[in-house]
Design a protein around this ligand. Structure first.
Ligand code: UD1
Ligand code: MG
Length: 451
């Protein structure tokens, strides 16, 4: 039986921010949410979260299915865990995590948990060339852990130890109930150190097991914006490597960002500086040019997205061509083989199979049939200043360049609109419609002469 506790009461002074530290993002997601998501994969029970500094803000940001425990004054990690004691089930193992250490992995935690039972505890430790700042792990002559000594309390000799406490501990609730009330704050920082339970365990003959993380970055914390940026790059590079392992070509994995979940088919090529946000599903053989942003969208097989295109809350079927410099706003649905060219903006638009909007247009609140050709500079005038109206276009319609389609308006199948028209009446099937002032000729016209 596992109870998970996440410590998140600390202030995070070095972030120099009005936002609580644990709410700052890595890959668009709050630091603590990363920890929560990993923890949720280990247990179905509500997570226990100790909040303190700006507790309300933290609690509001996170869903309320967790048990929040208020630590009004931050008197140390031991004191923090003590506040949570009433919430632990009697026979559970308690896994203690930090809300500002976002990249801890499930597999590392699973290995740690496997090393603990009612008569033992498990510590996640690590060997560092530069152990400064961390609690040091002291061991006896038979290499058994005897204590954790905090940096500020350590002797010269202890400071030379490079095995450090990562902060992650798994221990039985019964031991915590017994040991935590005995903690004292008689130390260099005047804090109740959770780490003092290690020497208690050792003295009482409780076995202390250690385990190491797979990677150092799993246990790196965020204390300032520089560390936040470092972890962001580590996270992104890991995402990039995962995608490459799934068969994606990334032209430069160091210039790829993902803030969400991506599924990919085979032989996808992603050029530099692309950003994928939210839930993105990409089919086979999709090519994405440089500087594209794709958010909460589905992209069908063989579609080509040229550079500098932005796609948001849209659905693109197979064999489409989009961009460069196109903007698909929410509610755009492209059927197979549709083409959206440069400086075209679409919104709540259903574009039929093989239809083309190739240059400089706005198509919003519109339904287009198959094989429609929308000429350069065409605008669906969907807004009368108060309400939005719909434009409906049938199959095989040709709209000449620089036309304004004043909604609500309906162009039936086979309609042709002459260039430069302002169309505010619906047009029947196979009809040519145009509004154009007659072209005048002034044969003897003289240009003005400069005085
Ligand atoms: C702690 C460990 C140290 C370890 C290091 C790893 C102790 C005494 N020391 O030190 O051995 O090497 O982490 O990073 O445990 N927190 C609370 N309430 C408090 C104090 C802290 O919720 O009263 C939370 C913080 O928000 C943070 C975590 O606990 O998420 C760790 O606190 P921090 O002050 O960073 O501990 P360190 O001094 O780094
Ligand atoms: Mg710390």
């Amino acid at each position: 039986m596992l109870d998970i506790l996440i410590l998140a009461a600390g202030k995070g002074t070095r972030m120099r921010s009005s936002v609580p530290k644990v709410l700052h993002p890595i890959a668009g997601k709050a630091l603590i949410q990363h920890v929560i998501d990993t923890a949720k994969a280990l247990t179905n029970n509500p997570l226990n979260i100790v909040v303190g500094h700006e507790a309300d803000k933290v609690q509001r940001e996170l869903s309320d299915q967790h048990t929040f425990i208020l630590q009004e004054h931050q008197l140390g990690t031991g004191h923090a865990v003590q506040q949570a004691l009433p919430h632990f089930r009697k026979d559970s193992i308690v896994l203690i995590l930090y809300g500002d250490v976002p990249l801890i992995s499930r597999s590392t935690l699973q290995r740690l948990i496997n090393k603990v039972n009612k008569n033992s505890l498990a510590l996640l430790t690590m060997h560092l060339d530069q152990p400064k700042g961390y609690g040091r792990i002291t061991r006896n002559s038979s290499n058994k852990v005897t204590a954790i000594v905090e940096q500020k309390d350590a002797t010269e000799e202890q400071l030379a130890i490079n095995e450090v406490n990562t902060g992650v501990i798994a221990v039985s609730a019964q031991h915590l109930q017994k040991w935590l009330p005995e903690l004292s704050n008689n130390n260099a920082q005047g804090e109740y150190y959770l780490t003092d339970i290690i020497s208690m365990a050792q003295q009482q003959g409780v076995e202390i097991n250690t385990e190491q993380p797979d990677f150092e970055w799993e246990v790196m914390g965020v204390n300032d914006r520089r560390q936040q940026a470092e972890l962001e790059r580590i996270y992104q590079l890991n995402r990039a490597k995962k995608l490459m392992a799934e068969g994606v070509t990334l032209i430069d994995p160091a210039r790829f960002d993902c803030r969400g979940n991506v599924s990919v088919g085979q032989d996808v090529i992603i050029d530099i500086n692309c950003l994928l946000i939210g839930e993105v599903a990409i089919g086979h053989n999709v090519s994405i040019g440089a500087n594209c942003i794709i958010q909460n969208s589905v992209i069908g097989d063989n579609t080509v997205i040229k550079g500098n295109t932005i796609i948001e809350d849209s659905e693109v079927k197979a064999d489409c061509t989009i961009g460069p410099f196109a903007r698909l706003r929410p509610g755009t649905k492209l059927s197979e083989q549709a083409k959206i060219g440069n400086f075209v903006e679409t919104k709540k638009a259903l574009i039929g199979k093989g239809s083309k909007i190739n240059h400089l247009s706005y198509v919003g609140d519109a339904t287009l049939g198959d094989d429609v050709n929308i000429g350069a500079g065409t605008i669906t005038c969907n807004y009368d200043g108060v309400n939005k109206h719909q434009t409906t276009i049938g199959n095989d319609v040709f709209v000449g360049s620089n036309s304004a389609l004043v909604a609500p308006v309906n162009l039936e199948d086979g309609v042709t609109i002459g260039a430069g028209s302002t169309i505010n009446c619906s047009v029947e099937k196979n009809t040519l419609s145009l509004t154009r002032s007659p072209q005048k000729m002034h044969k003897e016209w003289q240009r003005p002469i400069k005085k």
